[in-house]
Design a protein around this ligand. Structure first.
Ligand SMILES: *Cc1c(COP(=O)(O)O)cnc(C)c1O
Length: 408
């Protein structure tokens, strides 16, 4: 037990370590294959371009897309910005200025929508059910004649909850509205097929899939329908004019190789990761009273667990868990300790949101690590509850909701 290397990394939804095989594939492109993929006049450029095109093919294959439909970017934040601003700017001339999204989207989508609202767009933010999902009926009902785009993620980064993407895509297609999805958390973990799922644009990021940080892609459909968008970065005309800027060749090589590995190992890895997560989940919910899993268990990524421990103070819990790297339901934005807006949208009160942990399991997680983690969490929760007067009352069978607290 004690010889387990610490801290234990269980925050794969935040970022992943680069797979050593990916690093190996990238290294030559920091060395003698340093060419600029846009140099057309010599072998250094040709080599770099060839490597970029090979990576583009790998990513396209993983999505069931055509390589021409893949545009490289600096990451999914940029991809989300390009998809939403690009489509809305292009369709503005046709009088389309309405976007449909959901309250639980990533900030890269929500803040882009907020920006566009300040520039004359209208945005419908769909609420989610307690299980974290939106329905295709909600989407269909929100679409208007002036709707330019629907943007809904496949898998949520805080809870791992999956939206019914195929049906949502079909609803958009039926209404003739473009459908963008932030596919970052899903890509490489569950099958993502842009044809089967009726997806028109999809944002990807390499570092959520054991590739390097600072590189991503946007899938942009070319036929049925052909998606057009206004570039958001100008100069040089790279990526067919969609996204200018010298390509990050080593990063793209790593991204392509990471996508290939994820595709080839998806079935075995997702089964292994799912088994591990279920082992941890079962231990936590059986050994700790009042442990509540947040979000649909059925419609969820294999490696993600979001769990609240009632009657425990979130900050104290995290302090007791220094040996493990996990996220909490308290987003430390600026100085304030805000409860997670995703969990709040699912109906959790501030207390439960604050006392939640996001534990994400990945390629390098072992069962021994998770047993260590389950023991540690169980011990810490028990220790904190022992010190809590609230917990004492719960133990005595007092219903806390019936108590009238006197202010002091
Ligand atoms: C990480 C993440 C992003 C941002 O990706 P970057 O490449 O880090 O900019 C966007 N959406 C989701 C769902 C994410 O998890």
């Amino acid at each position: 037990m004690t010889d387990i290397k610490r801290p234990i990394y269980l925050d794969y939804a935040a970022t992943c370590p680069v797979d050593p095989r990916v690093l190996e594939a990238m290294l030559p492109y920091f060395g003698d294959r340093f060419g600029n993929a846009a140099s057309r006049t010599h072998v250094f450029g040709w080599q770099a371009e060839e490597a970029v095109e090979a990576a583009r093919r790998e990513i396209a294959t993983s999505l069931n897309a055509d390589p021409k439909e893949i545009t490289f970017t600096s990451g999914a934040t940029e991809s989300n910005n390009l998809a939403i601003k690009g489509v809305v700017e292009y369709l503005a001339e046709a009088g389309k200025k309405h976007i449909v999204t959901a309250v639980t989207e990533h900030k890269a989508v929500l803040d882009t929508c907020k920006h566009l609202e300040r520039h004359g767009c209208e945005v419908t933010y769909l609420p989610v059910a307690q299980d974290g999902r939106v329905t295709p009926e909600q989407v269909a009902a929100a679409i208007r004649p002036d709707t330019a785009l629907v943007s809904l993620m496949i898998a949520n980064n805080e809870t791992g909850v999956l939206h019914p993407i195929t049906e949502i895509g079909a609803a958009c297609r039926a209404a003739g509205v473009l459908f963008h999805t932030d596919a970052v958390q899903a890509f490489g973990k569950i099958p993502v097929d842009v044809e089967a799922m009726n997806i028109d644009l999809a944002s990807l990021s390499a570092h959520k899939l054991y590739g390097p940080k600072g590189v991503g892609a946007l899938y942009i459909r070319r036929r049925k329908p052909r998606v057009r968008l206004a570039p958001q970065i100008h100069g040089g005309g790279h990526e067919r004019g969609t996204r200018s800027g010298t390509l990050n060749v080593p990063g793209i090589v790593g991204f392509g190789y990471a996508a290939k590995l994820a595709r080839e190992e998806l079935a075995s890895e997702s089964a292994r990761v799912f088994e591990l997560r279920e082992h941890l989940r079962r231990r936590l919910v059986t050994e700790i009273p009042h442990a509540i899993v947040n979000g649909s268990l059925e419609h969820r990524l294999p490696g993600t667990l979001n769990i609240s421990f009632a009657y425990v103070e979130g900050e104290s819990l995290l302090m007791g868990l220094k040996d493990i790297a996990v996220s909490s339901g308290s987003a430390c934005t600026s100085a304030s300790l805000e409860p997670s807006y995703v969990l709040r949208a699912m109906g959790l009160d501030d207390e439960l949101a604050h006392s939640s942990l996001r534990i994400t399991i990945g390629r390098f997680t072992t069962r021994e690590e998770l047993d260590f983690v389950a023991d540690l969490i169980q011990r810490e929760v028990a220790r904190l509850r022992d010190m809590s007067p609230l917990w004492e009352m719960v133990q005595e069978g007092i219903d806390l909701r019936t108590i009238e607290w006197t202010p002091h």
